[in-house]
Design a protein around this ligand. Structure first.
Ligand code: UGA
Length: 461
């Protein structure tokens, strides 16, 4: 354990907070810190985003967040700006929540936004303050930023850095922020730890577990957690591949495994696999960073995790092609879902959209419908065709593909769905449908990792 440095600076009991970068993570964090009673200034270089937030609109789909934003704006505790000078004057604690996407043409994380945000603040802050990184970064970034701060800050080491990773899930952002499984403080001094304790007091008083550690460990906790989750998903999807070769049922397998507390059932849901703005790019950036550190072998298994995940998409296209009679050219496919998961309009690395793209490239006439993500998906793939409703997507389809398990799709009545389509053939890419109910309504059902009607167990040689 590292030595905490002692400091004469008192802990500010009611620090004023800035949140720099008000995307998914930052907007949620700003609203939640205001909810905890702090004065919060949300900061972003994107004027349009700031204008939307100021007027009470959340620029992305997140259940519950618009209501909370409205409430917090009304209290006067939450304001927004594009002015970094104002931010530097305002804050005692500055949370940096900018994105770290995958770099163009590489597995590495692109740290341009992180570096720019720190640089801009560090040059402007002229009184004792704490900078808190929340973005997911390669281990060692905080150490590099600490050196940068020492070199560029007009107040030198009066400006401190801490790392406080965030574990929120899209779709549950507010709930996860206010009721996290744990808090992790990566700090270099007792003062920084005290500041963070004061900020999260209501959560700590409620018994939220806290791990206080050094900066590097805090950075690693986040990527290690996401890598574990990705591995768990790919593990069950690897089992799905084996099930497909034997006629076994991966859903029943997962159900049986989950009874063992050591394994547990969460994140053991087989299907099209993981996507989104976090898991895929985080495991790649982790492999890249480990290579740089000379320990690439230690996380080499993540390459396989990534490959298993990609193969599920290809396998789903195979099932859809089989359903269409072996040739996708001219086949009308209703693609249900585009978002990387339900309750989100996020299409970053979305398995659903990737499958739709592959179908299109093979000559299928794909009609996509997603309850929330049509707009983002259309922006990403302007050539693909989008329907305004589920019924419109289903109309005269030769094959239906369930690609994101929105309730609207999983709750649909097989008979009503069947009344729309040209042929009752469905591929369940999320193992989310009641296959028996569909079969009873005359559907031919194919699903990842589950036996079809004519499951075949190969004879032992
Ligand atoms: C993920 C982590 O779960 C959060 O803890 C983390 O804070 C976040 O990344 C982040 O780094 O910011 P998120 O990307 O919102 O959160 O989505 P998840 O709920 O983790 O789902 C990820 C993907 O895995 C989705 O495409 C989902 O469909 C898929 N998944 C999830 C499965 O295929 N099977 C499962 O059992 C669970």
């Amino acid at each position: 354990m590292f030595e905490l440095q002692h400091t004469d600076h008192p802990i500010v009991q009611r620090p004023r907070i800035t949140v720099v970068g008000v995307g998914y993570l930052g907007a949620t964090h700003a609203v939640c810190m205001a909810k905890l009673g702090f004065d919060v200034l949300g900061v972003d270089v994107d004027e349009a985003k700031i204008a939307e937030l100021r007027s009470g609109r959340v620029p992305f789909f997140e259940p519950g967040l618009p209501e909370q934003l409205g409430e917090m704006l009304a209290t006067g505790r939450l304001t927004f700006t594009t002015d970094l000078d104002e931010a530097a004057r305002f804050g005692d604690v500055h949370f940096i929540c900018v994105g770290t996407p995958q770099a163009e043409g590489s597995d590495a994380a692109d740290l341009t936004f992180v570096d720019a945000a720190f640089d801009a603040l560090v040059r402007r802050i002229d009184r004792k303050a704490l900078l808190v990184g929340k973005s997911t970064v390669p281990v060692g970034t905080a150490e590099r930023l600490t050196r940068m701060i020492a070199g560029r800050s007009p107040i030198g080491d009066e400006l401190e850095l801490a790392w406080n990773p965030e574990f929120l899930r899209e779709g549950f952002a507010v709930e996860d922020t206010l009721h996290p499984d744990r808090l992790v403080f990566g700090v270099a001094s007792e003062w920084a730890a005290g500041q963070l304790r004061a900020l999260y007091r209501p959560l700590l008083e409620r018994g939220t577990p806290l791990v206080v550690t050094d900066l590097a460990t805090a950075e690693l906790v986040k990527v290690a957690a996401n890598s574990f989750l990705a591995t768990k998903i790919s593990y069950i999807n690897a089992m799905a591949e084996v099930c497909e070769a034997t006629g076994a049922d991966v859903n029943r397998l997962a159900e049986a495994l989950a009874f063992d507390d050591r394994i547990g059932g969460r994140f053991l849901k087989p299907g099209l696999g993981f996507g989104g703005g976090c898991l895929p790019k985080d495991i790649r950036a982790f492999m890249h960073r480990a290579d740089e550190l000379g320990v690439g072998q230690a996380v080499e298994f993540l390459r396989e995790v990534d490959d298993i995940n990609t193969r599920r998409r290809v396998r789903t296209v195979d099932l859809i092609r089989e359903s269409a009679g072996g040739d996708l050219r001219g086949a009308r496919v209703a693609a249900l879902g585009a978002a990387f998961k339900p309750n989100s309009d996020d299409v970053r690395d979305a398995p659903a959209l990737d499958v739709a793209r592959m179908l299109y490239l093979e000559g299928a006439e794909v009609r996509i419908y997603d309850p929330e993500a049509n707009e983002n998906a259309h922006r990403a793939y302007p050539d693909l065709e989008f329907a305004d409703s589920m019924d419109e997507a289903l109309q005269d389809a030769d094959v239906v593909a369930l690609l994101t398990e929105w309730d609207e799709f999983t709750d649909a009545d097989p008979e009503a769905v069947g009344a729309r389509v040209g042929a009752r053939r469905i591929v369940d890419g999320r193992d989310a449908l009641d296959a028996d109910a569909y079969r009873a309504a005359g559907w031919e059902v194919r699903a990842l990792g589950r036996p079809g009607r004519r499951a075949r167990v190969p004879a032992r040689s």
